[in-house]
Design a protein around this ligand. Structure first.
Ligand code: SF4
Ligand code: SF4
Length: 203
């Protein structure tokens, strides 16, 4: 399979066929996603988490969007508008589809060829990922940090009590003040709190 870089030209575009948002696998969420989406929907992170997400029980501590009906349509798919209701702040898996990360750090991707739309002109991978508001480039540093933390935490699951796991969920996803604009600071501080919980166990 061809490896794509940010400069590779790809036949990608969107005619809102909805394939991105139905029969999809789990769409994993980061703390940054929770902050941005709850703010967009004018809800607290706690309210958002309860209404729109669920825990992946066999993959601690991931949380994913709930789905609707037999087609497992994403709960944030707007049936009237026929499109994503949070398009400008959608999660990484949605930004990338149908590209698949091979090495996110180095921006290497492949394509799963699942997008049926073939636009008349090719565009660069960078243009596809960033869209109009640099969604990928702006958030990439936090994505990479998040992925390495999630891996580190999941390997330590067996050592954690139920209470410690609940605290970890709280710091990873809920402990955001959306009235403040310092998202990166809150993100880093929450990850540090999780680190403290785990390091105390390992001392
Ligand atoms: S599968 Fe392709 S055409 Fe369909 S909604 Fe997703 S990006 Fe758009
Ligand atoms: S967040 Fe948006 S793009 Fe992603 S699966 Fe849900 S409706 Fe589709």
């Amino acid at each position: 399979m061809d490896i794509l870089t940010m400069k590779s030209k790809v036949s990608l575009g969107c005619n809102r066929c909805d394939k991105c948002c139905v029969y999809r696998g789990d769409i994993k969420l980061t703390g940054v996603n929770i902050y941005q989406i709850s703010k967009h929907l004018n809800m607290t992170p706690k309210e958002f988490i309860e209404k729109y997400t669920e825990r992946l029980e066999d993959s601690f501590p991931e949380i994913v969007f709930k789905t609707k009906g037999e087609k497992r349509e994403c709960i944030l798919y707007d049936d009237d508008f026929k499109g994503c209701s949070i398009n400008s702040i959608k999660p990484l898996q949605c930004i990338m589809f149908p590209l698949v990360p091979e090495n996110l750090k180095r921006n290497y991707f492949t394509s799963n060829n699942q997008c049926p739309y073939v636009p008349p002109k090719k565009i660069t991978v960078k243009k596809w990922l960033d869209g109009n508001n640099r969604l990928y480039s702006k958030n990439k540093k936090n994505y990479l940090k998040w992925i390495s933390y999630m891996e580190w935490i999941s390997y330590r699951e067996e050592k954690l009590t139920k209470e410690e796991k609940e605290k970890i969920y709280f710091y990873l996803f809920e402990n955001y003040d959306i009235s403040k604009r310092n998202l990166n600071k809150q993100f880093d501080s929450n990850l540090k709190e999780v680190e403290k919980i785990i390091n105390q166990k390992e001392d």
